[in-house]
Design a binder for this molecule. Structure first.
Ligand code: ADP
Ligand code: MG
Ligand code: MG
Length: 874
């Protein structure tokens, strides 16, 4: 018989895949002898089985759950469902990777109308008993029955108002009893049945709800954003309750062993007296800093600090802990390696190395490559800040600077950003997991309620999005979409700025500037560079981008897109003239006008690179992208070319293609118009020779022919390039070396790479097009239907963001193998968006590519991911 259920003492921290993170750590802490309420874990395999059985929990699993419950009853000396002294439990989800706020916990399970009376008598604390029961009804209805929270919140607020009190804790036992009556009534009204009274039914329904929640839409979005596979499943922990809501010597809290925003060493956290569970993070009352516990309950504080330090020593990492104090007795309910900002991650990793607790390799592995993005996020321009009008200050929940237009709902924030490209600040009373996509679309998040560990704060830090939380001075009306702060009234669409590092709020948009990269960041990156095998280049086509990328560690340019150089106002008329020319002579004349510009660009690029290599890709897009649409432009062009506007219009229309991405583009342009390749070759060679002479850089141009599908096609263009290159060399008396290679971005090229390598000195995998053509998905349209594919679990991630290793990856492996067989010293890299995606970088390492090339801001991510892949594959 398979084991589906583990008591805490039967597990350990290494059993995370089976027990989930929470369960594995509860087991580990139990075995360390820490004060952990007893309990058991239903495995992630049981969750997978639940889905396999068509959302049913098998009899065998149910039997094992009730057997474990029997053991728990013995340990606690209480019976589940007992009318005078009931055993109460919490039902807690816990996946392999922590998914904050994604799945909900139910507390006080086991209470019903009868046992709550016994519980009140037994504890001698009716207020507490009724408070526990009303919380249970609320959580069960929300999590298990999916009733809207607002029904219960509405009733609670109404009752508080009618009693003239502000906080839940001010309600009396009788108030709470009345509340329970009303809760049950609304439950019956909405659900068409009485609130379930049988604790065993309550338990099984709760377990099922946790399993179900693994597949709720928020969880699916979170998984996609964080590369968590859908088949992992979640475990369920059933744990005997301890109570933080028993009075003034009870409470509940969360704490980190180091500051999760800055990484500074020292305890950091919050707690609430006389409260339960989520009260702290839900921002119901404003919590106390953890250090206040030293005054309130000194013995508890000493014990708490002792355990916190032990846990950090044990796990050799910053811990995020949850605890509850029941009448002066401390219990730990959770520990995990704490989420942190990228800056904090850097500092903590460096400090742990300095403290002799981890090695530089471990430090490099500890930083989540994707998170580096945050460090490169902007801060306010100092001058702009001086002139900014500060209108308020609240908690600095997630660092960075942000400026944008105000929106009051996640949906509107998302729409404003995605549809209108606006910079958005999401302003909410407090955020909830439903808001996740809107938070993702926002530059910054401002909440009225909630502490440093509120949902908004935790999620924003995870995303690297600026967040200011708990701004109680704000008077907000979310319905009417208006708030006031600092004497001003703000409506939807008005502008504000937030500083997530100081917590300050400003009126209007303050300009932002890029972050600087040094200190701990520099140390980690230097370690990473010493471990990695892959080289890291950048995709850039302006000297400014190039300089930025070099500052971020780029070792050269892997993709210089030459077409971008043609879009400037002075130049575009010239390329249009070239496109609309009838004869090769006319085209050559137009190209001759473009030559000085293109050559000037290349010179500037070579100078910015200071001797680092550059791969220049020849003209790639379909020509119609350049044609004029504005009547004034058409007229100007007609005049310049001695044609009528109608004739110009007609020629433009002729360029129309039904499927331009598979049309007349890439090397096909050079095949039909060789003079384009001639001009580009002359520009590259003259620029390289001149910069080499002027600056002494050792330049070896790398010329890359795009969209090749056949050896002969490459050979055709290559012959033109060689002819002109040799001609330029002869004219200039230069012996400059150069390399000619190709993109591998058409499946046919990948299949025939062995032949193509006869002509190509290097391959660059253009994984954007290769993905597009392998899937048959249009890059520009796939977003619209991929969402349905995620929902149906056909594909779990966007193949344009994360390389499809099983399909597209096969083509890359095959091409790499066959390319090398033909030309053992062939150089290979990747230049799609994937070059900056950590899992894709790991794949490139595995396949043995020489380099990855990505956008400038992703260069540090690629450097770190490459190091992590090298360490992991040792
Ligand atoms: P999350 O994963 O969202 O943090 P948890 O399962 O950790 O959810 O539960 C949230 C909170 O509920 C805990 O931090 C703790 O305060 C409370 N809680 C959970 N189980 C118990 C328990 N057995 N006794 C008392 N409080 C509990
Ligand atoms: Mg928790
Ligand atoms: Mg391409």
């Amino acid at each position: 018989m398979k084991k589906w259920v583990y008591e805490f003492h039967e597990g350990n921290a290494d059993m995370r895949p089976l027990l989930g993170g929470k369960g594995a750590n509860l087991a580990e802490m139990t075995n360390l002898g820490l004060p952990i309420p007893n309990g058991f874990t239903v495995t992630t395999e049981a969750c997978t089985d639940y889905y396999k059985q068509g959302k049913q929990i098998s009899q065998e699993i149910q039997d094992q759950i009730f057997a474990a419950l029997g053991v728990l009853e013995q340990q606690r000396g209480k019976k589940f469902g007992d009318e005078s002294d009931p055993l109460l439990v919490s039902v807690r989800s816990g996946a392999r990777a922590s998914m904050p706020g994604m799945m909900d916990t139910i507390l006080n399970l086991g209470l019903n109308d009868v046992s709550v009376e016994g519980f009140a008598r037994k504890t001698g604390n009716p207020r507490f008993a009724y408070d526990s029961y009303r919380r249970f009804i609320q959580m069960f209805s929300d999590v298990v029955m999916e009733m809207s929270k607002s029904f219960f919140e509405g009733i609670l607020t109404e009752l508080k108002e009618s009693r003239g009190v502000k906080y839940d804790t001010e309600l009396t036992a009788d108030d709470l009893k009345e509340l329970i009556g009303r809760y049950k009534a609304i439950y019956k009204e909405k659900m068409g049945a009485e609130f379930p009274q049988d604790p065993k039914v309550q338990l099984m329904e709760a377990v099922k709800a946790v399993f179900r929640s693994w597949d709720n839409p928020r969880a699916i979005v979170y998984r996609r954003m964080n590369d968590i596979p859908g088949d992992w499943g979640t475990a369920v922990n059933v744990q005997s309750m301890v109570f933080g809501n028993m009075g003034d010597t009870s409470g509940t809290g969360v704490a980190f062993t180091r500051n999760p925003s800055t990484g500074e060493k020292g305890i950091f956290g919050e707690y609430l007296i006389n409260a339960q569970g989520e009260d702290v993070v839900a921002g119901i009352r404003t919590p106390q800093p953890i250090t206040r516990l030293a005054e309130d309950l000194p013995e508890c504080y000493a014990q708490f600090m002792d355990i916190a330090n032990r846990l950090e020593d044990h796990y050799r990492d910053m811990q995020d802990m949850e605890f509850t104090i029941q009448e002066g007795n401390l219990f730990f309910l959770q520990t995990r390696n704490g989420k942190r900002t990228a800056a904090a991650a850097m500092k903590i990793a460096c400090d742990l190395v300095d403290e002799g607790r981890i090695t530089p390799e471990e430090a490099v592995l500890r930083i989540e490559a994707k998170s580096l993005d945050q460090l490169l996020h902007p801060t306010f321009d100092a001058y702009g800040l001086k002139n900014g009008e500060e209108i308020g200050q609240a908690l600095p929940a997630s660092p960075g600077a942000a400026a944008g237009k105000i929106y009051f709902t996640a949906e509107e924030a998302k729409a404003a950003h995605e549809e209108r490209g606006e910079k958005v600040i999401l302003v909410r009373l407090e955020t909830s997991p439903e808001d996740i996509e809107g938070m993702h679309a926002s530059e910054g998040i401002l909440t009225v309620r909630g502490g440093m560990t509120s949902h908004a704060a935790v999620v924003a830090r995870g995303m690297g999005t600026c967040c200011v939380s708990g701004c109680g001075e704000i008077q907000i009306d979310e319905e009417a979409k208006v708030f006031t702060l600092g004497g001003y009234t703000f409506h939807e669409g008005d502008e504000i700025s937030l500083d997530g590092t100081t917590g300050k709020i400003y009126k209007g948009m303050i300009p932002t500037v890029d972050a600087s990269v040094s200190g701990d960041f520099g140390r980690i990156m230097a370690w990473a560079d010493s471990f990695r095998k892959l080289r890291v280049r950048t995709n850039a086509d302006t000297p400014a981008d190039t300089a930025n990328a070099v500052r971020l560690g780029a070792e050269g340019i892997g993709l210089c897109r030459t077409e971008h150089m043609f879009f400037e106002p002075e130049r575009i008329p010239k390329i249009r003239k070239m496109i609309l020319s009838d004869t090769a002579e006319q085209r050559e004349a137009a190209l001759a006008e473009l030559l000085p510009f293109q050559k000037g660009d290349f010179k500037a690029m070579y100078e910015a690179l200071e001797g680092r290599p550059m791969t220049v890709r020849y003209l790639d897009p379909p020509l119609h992208e350049f044609v004029p649409t504005d009547p004034a432009d058409i007229e100007a062009l007609a005049k310049d070319m001695g044609m009528t506007p109608e004739e110009v219009q007609q020629k433009c229309d002729e360029l129309h293609e039904f499927n331009p991405m598979m049309g007349h583009r890439g090397c096909r342009l050079a095949v039909t118009y060789p003079e384009i390749a001639r001009m580009q070759t002359r520009a590259v060679m003259e620029a390289a020779i001149e910069v080499k002479a002027e600056k002494g850089y050792d330049i070896v141009p790398e010329i890359m022919i795009p969209l090749v599908g056949d050896r002969k096609e490459l050979k055709f263009v290559k012959d033109i390039v060689v002819e002109v290159a040799e001609q330029v060399k002869a004219e200039k008396g230069s012996d400059m070396q150069y390399h000619i290679g190709t993109m591998i971005e058409i499946p046919r090229a990948a299949l025939l790479a062995g032949e193509i390598a006869e002509e190509a000195e290097f391959f660059s995998f253009g994984t954007n097009d290769l993905t597009q053509m392998t899937f048959g998905f249009s890059r520009d349209d796939a977003g619209k239907f991929l969402t349905s594919y995620y929902g149906a679990k056909i594909y779990e991630s966007d193949p344009f963001a994360r390389l499809d290793q099983s399909g597209v990856g096969q083509l890359i492996e095959l091409a790499a193998k066959n390319g090398r067989a033909t030309r053992p010293d062939i150089k290979m890299g990747i230049c799609g968006e994937h070059g900056g995606d950590p899992s894709s970088v790991a794949f490139c390492h595995k396949v043995g590519l020489n380099y990855v090339s990505c956008s400038p801001f992703r260069v540090p991510i690629a450097r770190l991911a490459a190091a992590q892949a090298a360490i992991a594959n040792r």
